[in-house]
Unconditional design. Structure first.
Length: 103
């Protein structure tokens, strides 16, 4: 799954059926303030200043457009369970950690 960001647009979810990869993509020239704005309610930048973001699980599911698709939601839950076991979930909020790839 790819949370795609761009200046002046809402975040969108690309490659929504790829449950083996999870990242945020953003333009190379997008600064941290623009990144934070582009994330909007979908997530927030990692507090340590790294190229990581915390993505809200409920917002990720909304972005998918598949709220009623049990099979998709089951696979998304399995991916999130793997993230929990790997330590990629914010214990305070339940948000999923994603690296930011500049494109």
């Amino acid at each position: 799954m790819i949370v795609s960001l761009d200046t002046g647009r809402s975040a969108r979810l690309d490659d929504a059926d790829n449950f083996r990869a999870f990242k945020v993509t953003a333009p190379k020239n997008m600064d941290r303030a623009a990144l934070a704005a582009a994330l909007g309610s979908v997530g927030r930048l990692h507090e340590d200043g790294s190229e990581h973001a915390w993505i809200d699980e409920a917002e990720l599911r909304k972005l998918s457009g598949r709220a009623d698709d049990k099979a998709w939601n089951d696979q998304a839950s399995a991916m999130i369970d793997y993230a929990k076991r790997s330590g990629w979930i914010d214990p305070a909020t339940g948000a999923i950690r994603a690296h930011i790839e500049r494109v």
